[in-house]
Each structure stands twice: as C-alpha cells, then as structure tokens.
Design a protein around this ligand. Structure first.
Ligand code: ARG
Length: 589
C-alpha cells in the first residue's frame, strides 16, 4: 500500500496537469491542520495560478473537475483562495484497514521503495581506549534508528562505525601496556583492561612524567605506521579490549552494530598519502605555512580570510580530515554509496561542510550522490549546562543506563509488587533503557535537551513508559476477552466488512493508515521524532476511542471492528517501537 498522501499528491498533480497543460505541477498535499477541513489539503494551486496569471479559485474549480479521487475521498471541496480539501471515505478507510490487517504480523502493508539506494550510515564512532560517555549516546541511537527505518523501507543500508582506532596516542597506549604487562606479547588473551578510562589516564600520566617513556611511545607510533608485527598485535589487543566495553552497551541499547560494521580510522591509514597526492595533482591542495591545505570557495574565517581544510601537517602527519576524505572516497567508489549520512553533534558542522565541498570539487561525488550531515544538540543537566558528573567529568554511558534501570525498578516495585522477580527485572530493563532512548528520539534532534530521569520515566506524556503501557493495556484487553466469553480470533477471522460509525473509531482508523506516511517522512528527513510523535498521537487516539467505545461488551455487529482497531493499534505501536526504534515492549507492566 502506498501512503495515502502520496496517492493523493500524484492524483492532484495529474489533474493540475490535465487542467493547464503544464508539465511541472506540484500538488503540495499536506495533512489538514484542522479536521473541520477534511483530512488532507492540496496547497499547490495558488503557486500554479500565480505562474499562469489566472485566478486561483477558478483554477481550483477546473482542477477539481479533472480530479479523480472517487475511490478514496468524498467530493473535494475548494476553500479560501484555492485550497482543495480532501476527506477520506469510510469505505476507503475500512478497505485499507483490512489490507493492513492481512499483513499485520509482517510489514503492516507498508510498501518498500521502488528504487532502493545504497545508503551508508556513519554513526556512533567511539574512540578506542576511552569509555563511551553521554556524548556518544545520541549518535549511536539516532544513527541506529535512521538505519533501521531506511532498511525497513527496502534500501541497502551499510552501517559504518568510524571508530577512532588510530593516531599518535596509540604509541603511548602500546608502550604503556607493554611495560605494565609484558605478558601481552606472549599471551595477549590473558591481559585484560578492566577500566579503560583509568588505563588511558595512567598512560597519559606516565607520558607527562617520563621522557624515556615518550621516546618509546614515539617508536611505537613509527612501528605502527610500518605495520611492525609486535606493535600491531598489541594495538589490536587494545582495540579488542575496548570493544568489550562498547559492544555490551550496543547490545543493551538494542543498537545493531557489530564488529563487522567497524571501519575505523586505521582502515584508511595506508590510503592517506594517496589522497593528499591526488588532491595536489588536481591543484586543489596547496602548501600554506608548511601544511597542505585545501581552500574551498565560500569558507572564510572571522577576518574574512580563506579557511583551510588541513590535510597534512608540517611534520607530515595526517589528520581527522584526511581520514574522512579517504573514507568518503571509499564509500562512493567501493561501497557504491548514493547517499551518505553522517550522524555527529552539531560542533562538527564546519568539518563536514568542508569535507563535502572538497569531495565535490575533486569530482568524487556527482549529482547522483547525496551527502548529508545529520546533526544533533547537546544533552544537558538539570542546570542547563552539558551533562556532567558532580566532579565535572563526562557521564559514562554505562552508568547512565544502570541508573535508568534501577529507577525503573523502583517504579515497578511501587506499582506492581506482586510480579515475580524475573518479570520485575525484565520490565525494569525494558522501561529504563526504553526511557532513555525514547526521550532522546522524541526531541527535535537539533535542539539541546535536559536529561531528566523523572520526566523520561513518567507514565504520562510522550514517554517510553506511556507508550509501553499503551501497548500492555491493549494486551490486557485481549487477556480479558476470554473471561467475557469473547473469542477474538473467531471475531477477526474472515472479517470482510467493517462497521466504522463512531467518530473516535474513524479518527483512530485514519491514523492507523498514516503509519507509512510517518515512516516515509521520518526516514527522508532523518528525524525519529516524527515517528515518536506519530506513535504518541496513535496512543492518544486509542485512549479516546477506548473511553467512548466499549470493545468486549459491544454488540455483535460492532465488536469485530473494534477488536480490529485494538489489534492494529497494538501491532503498529509494537512495530514502531521495536522494529524501527529498537525499544522493547512488555505484555504486562
Ligand atoms: N570519532 C569521532 C568522534 O568521536 C566520530 C566519527 C564520526 N564519523 C566520521 N566519519 N568523522 O567525534
């Protein structure tokens, strides 16, 4: 099933074309802001009339005469200066709901795209030998939701975890590990780094205090670049030990990232010199104060001087920018990406603008390749400043998750003390982790937001627990059915005709139909909050329906329709949360 909005848009566009002989007609069909004016509204008439210098209302009348939407809508109405209002027919809503029902355990009748694209989503990108902190939360989960949505729509998604696993700091880490734990050379598996943060700090301390140690560190950097066997082995061990810290976090967050998605900075190390050469050959890169830089048009500093994109330092070292150039080249040429989405915080905006400019200037990306930087704001503490621990350190992601789970446990204990230990634990995990993720998703990603356990764990409002509870509530209706002598399966089996009469039923039915539309726009604009808003509205409409329309005690001619509304609401919430946002649900809470 195509999203209704897309069908209507193309029908109105066709009518505009038929009425005017113009080839380029944008119908601009949007959901109506006010249900009084129908469900959808075509806003494109005014612009076309202006172009043709004709009266927009008269054009609207002509277009409506050519418009063929009988199978979907009531008779279209013209309003204001030339809007066309469209109201869905009951029969169409009923027919579509049955279609969704037939696919309820699969894709809820959401079509795959006709032209799948190779899409690279670059997200998470933690730095090796450091604990993941709250700063990595957003990239990790927003990127995962984007990848999930695009994947669901049928695109060929390649997840790339651009981990920070290369650079001079590794010289120090390798030297330190060898010194502290010589065993690492003979039997690396026996050497573990329990506390990454401490390990990094200790190595740093040593390099600050000990000049000989620094010589050794520098030697290790050289060895690393030359692929010296022993050095690489220790380096690999540090990377593997680091993964043991971040993989469990991905798993707890239901983030679909694994070792095979890693394409860290190290992967590009041997390609950097060639990147610089290639850009020099094209006369794009030039020397400036000893460094090699690309000056792209339109980038100026505060003084109005051209801004350099530095790709090689005076001492010959390559930079973050050089690696990103090699990576983008690899993605376009070897992964055949047609869309590359980078999910990082807004502070890297200039970096990516410059990266994209160089990529285009070098001719690596043609017009058929879309480069996108998906940015997000900062997670703030209750004081309105970036979230930090009391001692001013970054909040570790693991600790944040632990606390959410333990607080959720408190809520379960208070609400449902009679549940078994196992159930309580499961609910606490699901609700706690879900709350953190959902709170992040539900904000406009570009805004900063205040991290508040109380708010995200509230049972009221647009929160995970509210959504999870909405799901569990429908499940409990199903459990009650048997007591009331209702056989749901029998009621729904072979259901061919719906009986949609109450406004609340219709309103809910129409919203269920709009799921495909919500996913389409959320994926196109990389905005998970469009999906959370949709789901929240769905559960609110369900509440209104459930308050005004009895389900289990309804008359025989109404009950199957109402049971179907319950089922499709439940399936949609479940699909949206688990499949697209990676937030689990529970049957009881
Ligand atoms: N490691 C980087 C950081 O922590 C993120 C990497 C983002 N991806 C990229 N291709 N630059 O900021």
């Amino acid at each position: 099933m195509q999203p209704v909005i897309d069908i209507l848009d193309s029908r109105v566009a066709a009518a505009m074309k038929a009425a005017t002989d113009q080839t380029d007609c944008a119908a601009l069909v949007k959901p109506s802001a006010n249900p009084k004016f129908g469900d959808y509204q075509a806003n494109g008439i005014m612009a076309l009339a202006k172009n043709l210098k004709i009266n927009p209302r008269e054009l609207a009348e002509k277009v409506v005469k050519k418009l063929n939407v009988d199978d979907i809508c009531e008779i279209p109405e013209i309003a204001g200066p030339g809007f066309i209002n469209l109201r869905l027919k009951k029969e169409f809503i009923a027919k579509s709901m049955l279609e969704i029902n037939a696919d309820a355990d699969n894709r809820l009748a959401v079509d795959q795209v006709k032209k799948p694209q190779n899409v690279v989503v670059d997200f998470s990108g933690p730095n090796i030998a450091k604990q993941m902190h709250v700063g990595h939360l957003r990239s990790t989960i927003i990127g995962d939701a984007i990848a999930r949505m695009l994947d669901f729509l049928g695109h060929d998604v390649v997840r790339q975890n651009h981990i920070g696993d290369w650079g001079t700091q590794f010289g120090m880490l390798i030297a330190y590990l060898k010194q502290e734990n010589p065993e690492v050379i003979k039997n690396p598996d026996s050497v573990h780094i329990g506390d990454l943060e401490q390990f990094y700090k200790d190595a740093k301390q040593k390099s600050d205090d000990d000049a000989d140690f620094n010589d050794e560190s520098r030697k290790q950097v050289v060895n690393l670049h030359n692929h010296h066997k022993e050095t690489i082995m220790v380096w690999q061990h540090i990377v593997d030990e680091s993964r043991k810290h971040y993989q469990p976090i991905y798993d707890r967050l239901s983030v679909d990232l694994h070792k095979e998605n890693e394409r860290g900075e190290s992967f590009y190390a041997d390609r950097l010199a060639d990147v610089v050469k290639a850009l020099q050959k094209q006369n794009l890169a030039e020397e400036s104060d000893g460094a090699i830089c690309v000056f792209s048009e339109g980038f100026k500093n505060k003084e109005g001087q051209p801004l350099p994109f530095i790709i090689q330092k005076t001492d010959g070292a390559f930079l973050y920018a050089t690696t990103d150039l090699a990576a983008i080249h690899y993605r376009i040429n070897e992964l055949k990406a047609k869309r590359i989405i980078y999910v990082t915080d807004a502070r890297q905006k200039l970096h990516f603008q410059m990266l994209f400019a160089v990529t285009k200037a070098a001719g690596w990306a043609g017009d058929d390749v879309k480069l996108e930087h998906v940015t997000f704001g900062t997670v703030l503490g209750e004081d309105g400043k970036p979230l930090k621990t009391r001692s001013g350190e970054n909040v570790k992601l693991k600790e944040l998750l632990d606390e959410a789970v333990s607080r959720a446990r408190g809520v379960v204990e208070a609400k449902n003390p009679e549940l078994s230990e196992k159930e309580k634990e499961n609910i606490a995990n699901t609700v706690g982790i879900g709350a953190i993720k959902y709170a992040d998703y539900s904000n406009n990603r570009e805004s900063d937001y205040v991290f508040s356990f109380d708010k995200m764990l509230a049972m009221e409002g647009n929160t995970a627990p509210y959504m999870q509870y909405a799901f569990a509530r429908i499940k409990s209706i199903e459990r009650k059915a048997a007591d009331k002598g209702v056989d749901i399966e029998k009621d729904l089996k072979g259901l061919k005709k719906l009986n949609l009469t109450d406004d609340a039923e219709l309103d809910l039915g129409k919203h269920i139909l709009r799921y495909a539309e919500a996913i389409e726009i959320a994926a196109a604009e990389c905005r998970p909050n469009y999906l959370t808003t949709y789901l929240y509205e769905l559960s609110q409409k369900f509440s209104t329906f459930y308050t005004s329309c009895p389900v289990l005690v309804a008359e025989n001619e109404q009950r199957p329709t109402r049971l179907l509304l319950c089922k499709l609401t439940e399936k949609t919430i479940q699909h949206g949360l688990t499949k697209l946002l990676g937030i689990e649900v529970v049957e009881k809470m």
